[in-house]
Each structure stands twice: as C-alpha cells, then as structure tokens.
Write a protein that binds this ligand. Sequence first.
Ligand SMILES: [Zn+2]
Length: 248
Amino acid sequence: MFLVIRKRTAGMIFAGICFFGLSIGAYNFALHPNMHNWEKQKLLIRQVKTDQKAVALTFDDGPDPVNTPALLEVLGKNKAKATFFVLGSRAEKQPDLIKKMAEAGHELGNHSYSHADFNGKSDEFILEEIKKTSDILCQLAGQTPAFFRPPGGYLSYAMVDLTNQEGLTIGYWTWQQDSKDWRDGTTAAQIADHIKKNIAPGQIIVLHDGASNGAQTVKAMDILIPELNKQGYHFVTMSELLELENKE
Ligand SMILES: [Zn+2]
C-alpha cells in the first residue's frame, strides 16, 4: 500500500514536471500557432541546419548615432559580418551610417519604418511601413532587403502574406539566443555569457544596437566575438547563413 501511494505520488510529480516543461516549450516554440508551417514553407527563418560553425549576429532598432559606429568598428576589427535590422525613420536621418554598413559587407534588413505595434493595424499601414523602408535602404545603399523582422516580433497571417508579396522572408531569431540585451542594466558580460552558453551552429542571434542599453551590446560583442572565434565560430550575414544550409 505504502509503495503504491509512493508510486502514484511519484507519477503525479513526474506528470507535473512534464506539463510544466511542455508549457514552457509551447511558450517558446509557438509564438504564433502557424510558426512551424511558415518555417517549413521558408516564409520565416529562425535557424539554419548546418554542420559549419557559423552564426548570424543581427542588430535591431538602429542606426544609432553613437552605438552603431562603435559596433561597426568592433565588427571590422574582428572581421565579423552582421545583419542590421534598421528602422526606415532612423536610416533616413543617418544615410552615411547606412552606406558604411553596406560598404563593409554587412547586410541590411527591414525592421519597419516607425517601429509601430502592428497589432490591429490595417494591411495598408503595414505595407506602407515595409515598402517605405525597403525603398529608403535601396536608395541609400543599393541593397534591397531580403528579410523583414516585424517590430516586437509580432506575427499574423495577413502580415506574413504581405511580407511574402513584397518578396521578403521573415527574419526571426533562434529563441535560445535572445539575451534581452536591450533591457537597461543588462551588462556586457551577461549578454556575452548568455550567447556563449547557448551557442550552436546555424543560429540567428538577436541584439539591439538601437536600444538605450546599446553601449553594453557593443561591449558584449568585443568580448564575445574573439572568444567564439577561438571555438571555431565565424560570423556571417543572414543571406550567407542560408547558403550554408545542409543539402538534404
Ligand atoms: Zn525592434
């Protein structure tokens, strides 16, 4: 009798742990119920299956007049390539920075014009935000963005359709590689440690040069890149990462 109860209790604890694990898994893996289908259809990417030790560093919300030039210097010094998901409204104020990014071999991604919350916005509004930004980047740098990263990671069926019509892929990120670097008070060491601890080939790492904590993000790259280089990792743009995908 005693044993039976203990078994049952153990079973319940085990079931509880499984449920807890599943809930966390569900939260992390399915920000939108159709995410996996979009990934299968190649309308959205979060990670690339590759045997090569390559990852994509991506920087959002810039360009920032102070942190972005400092970041470009760190990347240049370490011969690392990155993808910048810039805002159209900030890009048009800093055309020289956009040109510098392109000339240094970095990729420009579209992160909307104004970083508005797309939830509840009309198709026309969303389309205008995407088109305007792609036009600005094309004019300034001669690069038509291949990827769109929605502000705040917002996803909807309509938005993915519109993005696809515009010839853009949703450039999401690998969920383990969100260090929340944008939060004020997060230190460079914390950001670098988070990324190092979770690193694996083919990941897309989300970071923010355009947030108020951007100076720490830049400092984190100065720590992180040489350390990961020692482990054999190299840093490529998102388009380059896709080229490294294992052929089935
Ligand atoms: Zn953003």
